[in-house]
Ligand binder design. Structure first.
Ligand code: GSH
Length: 223
């Protein structure tokens, strides 16, 4: 379901995946393996054992801070804002895919079921993941996506409103601002080809709302 025009760039031609002849594989050729795609807190805090990881992207989805969170980064009275994936033909979302193998598979799924589904309202969805270094060898991965049907879903709001909510919320995993900035840090590390205008607009709005957070280029001369 397309709820707003695409606002994220797709990867440059050099990163575009190979023609459809390249078929995704669940475990990258290893029958005992499973890839799990993270695009929010899983990017910096997977908190499950894995055997391999890849930075890369999924196409056909845009990341949006449209999921409410009353446990990790918010409370019942003040739900925080965390990310989900919005189906968007022109969308491209960067994140990290983690390969779990053997006993790691069940351990990871049991852990994520509690963290993402029970506590977060996310469902699982199969996505095609394109590793940054080998986009012509896509992988099938499991992603946790919060759909509009889940009770915690908050849906679209102006980025300034989202920024205000993020600044006001904290939960059992920490402040909602930490969640936003850690994701922004990851996107910085991905390089210039990884753009997320929605995320950038929220970070800019936070900067406007928090002028005291402005750090001058040069260290202040302490008098
Ligand atoms: N499913 C997305 C988003 C996951 C996400 O951010 N989930 C929240 C649950 S509401 C979480 O685990 N938060 C832990 C934290 O904020 O430290 C991902 O793959 O990263």
């Amino acid at each position: 379901m397309k709820q707003e025009s695409a606002s994220q760039s797709t990867p440059p031609p050099s990163l575009s995946p190979a023609p459809s002849s390249a078929q995704p594989s669940w475990g990258g050729g290893d029958p005992q393996a499973l890839w799990i795609f993270g695009y929010g807190s899983l990017v910096w805090k997977p908190d499950f054992a894995y055997s391999d990881s890849r930075v890369g992207f999924v196409r056909g989805y845009s990341r949006r801070f449209w999921q409410g969170d009353t446990f990790h980064r918010g409370s019942d009275k003040m739900p925080g804002r965390v990310v989900t994936l919005l189906e968007d033909r022109e969308g491209c979302t960067w994140g990290v895919a983690y390969q779990v193998r053997g006993e790691q598979v069940n351990e990871a799924l049991k852990y994520l079921n509690v963290r993402e589904a029970v506590l977060g309202g996310y469902d699982t969805k199969e996505v095609t993941f394109y590793p940054q270094d080998t986009p012509d060898q896509p992988l099938t991965a499991l992603a946790y996506v919060a759909t509009p049907q889940n009770p915690g879903y908050l849906g679209p709001a102006p980025e300034e409103v989202i920024a205000t909510q993020i600044l006001a919320c904290r939960g059992f995993s920490g402040h909602n601002l930490e969640y936003l900035l850690r994701l922004a840090d990851f996107m910085q590390l991905c390089g210039p080809q990884a753009q997320d205008e929605h995320l950038e607009a929220i970070v800019d709005a936070v900067g406007t709302l928090l002028p005291c957070s402005y750090l001058p280029e040069q260290p202040l001369a302490l008098t």
